[in-house]
Design a protein around this ligand. Structure first.
Ligand SMILES: NC(=O)c1ccc[n+]([C@@H]2O[C@H](COP(=O)([O-])OP(=O)(O)OC[C@H]3O[C@@H](n4cnc5c(N)ncnc54)[C@H](O)[C@@H]3O)[C@@H](O)[C@H]2O)c1
Length: 308
């Protein structure tokens, strides 16, 4: 699908990744964002984007945003707190996707791009390809994403939907918020420049992709993959350890803090300590990341330090 002259709905559009996608799409398309602003900011949206401000588990909110003339829905709205460990999060994320899909089906809108996550694979061998099995997530958040993917599969195969599923590595860049490791380290070092608490043993090793590259890859997938159910990993070929992230953040802040590790091999219950996705399927579709994971972390650190 060509992403120009389209009417596009972005759920969670006022959030971190959603607002960057709105920035990218708004020049060539008519864009409507839906967001309850629980974790997003109106100010991040370009002025030309209409915002439906409301809770998308409410079918009336979905009905206001998703009208019969919509060409494609990018569905980002979710509780993305991977450390929450509470089954309500499973219900909430699945409810959001059910509400969006039911409304689309009702008015004949059949194109949806969905942001899933590497956490659907659980603790898998690396690099993990899209057809890896068995899928055994170890967090409620991971289970919620896998549940949403499977519902979308049904609509692709039995209701003539076209679905693009992105399994993201860790996405970093401007507007990334507290809870993610880089803003967490920046906040802690601003409070205490001499000491930095690091969750786990610091050897957790994951792949980081800059949000600008993530948006390029997302658009490339929608523009070039045309099966009914298109699943793509989005990440870099390399990884960065948590201790290396601490080194990069401290270096960019001109500090040499002592590190205090909370211990154990993971940051929280349900944390997958090592993650590197195979990006060969994406490469075969014609898209490769330019940056390494370390470069993405350093660029995002600089950008976040420059934010007011
Ligand atoms: N950022 C990452 O590294 C990453 C990695 C893997 C997957 N993802 C997924 O990508 C998507 C976007 O992530 P993000 O980092 O931009 O998160 P985010 O929290 O910044 O964006 C999600 C947006 O959804 C909105 N929202 C939440 N509940 C809502 C509701 N009930 N009704 C309406 N809006 C609601 C929030 O206000 C927020 O603006 C999410 O689905 C997330 O799970 C993100």
């Amino acid at each position: 699908m060509d992403l120009s002259d389209k009417r596009i709905v972005v759920t969670g559009g006022a959030g971190f990744v959603g607002s960057h996608l709105c920035d990218r799409l708004v020049d060539d398309n008519e864009v409507v964002a839906v967001d309850d602003l629980s974790n997003g900011e109106r100010a991040w949206l370009p002025a030309e984007v209409d915002l439906v401000a409301g809770d998308l588990t409410d079918p009336d909110v979905a009905a206001e945003a998703i009208t019969a003339d919509v060409d494609v829905v990018f569905h980002f709205a979710a509780d993305k707190n991977a450390a929450r460990d509470d089954v309500d999060q499973y219900r909430l994320n699945n409810r959001l996707t059910e509400t969006v899909i039911e409304r689309m089906d009702e008015v004949g809108v059949s194109n949806i791009a969905f942001t899933s996550s590497s956490v659907v694979y659980g603790e898998a061998p690396r690099p993990t390809p899209e057809d890896y099995a068995p899928m055994e997530p170890i967090s409620i958040y991971g289970a919620s994403k896998l549940g949403e993917e499977s519902l979308l599969s049904v609509y692709a195969h039995s209701h003539d939907f076209t679905v693009w599923v992105y399994r993201f590595a860790n996405i970093v860049g401007p507007r990334l918020q507290k809870g993610a490791v880089i803003p967490d380290f920046i906040g802690k070092l601003r409070e205490d420049p001499g000491t930095l608490e690091i969750l786990g043993d610091g050897r957790q090793e994951k792949s980081y992709l800059h949000v600008a590259e993530c948006i390029d890859a997302m658009c490339h997938v929608v523009e070039n993959a045309d099966g009914p159910f298109n699943v793509y990993n989005l990440g870099t070929r390399t990884t960065t350890s948590v201790t290396t992230i601490a080194d990069i953040v401290a270096d960019e802040m001109g500090l040499e803090p002592d590190y205090e590790f909370t211990g154990g091999d993971r940051g929280w219950v349900g944390d997958v300590p090592r993650m590197r996705l195979s990006v060969e399927k994406l490469a075969a579709l014609g898209w490769e990341p330019d940056q390494s994971s370390d470069d993405a972390v350093r660029q995002a650190t600089r950008e976040l330090l420059d934010e007011p």
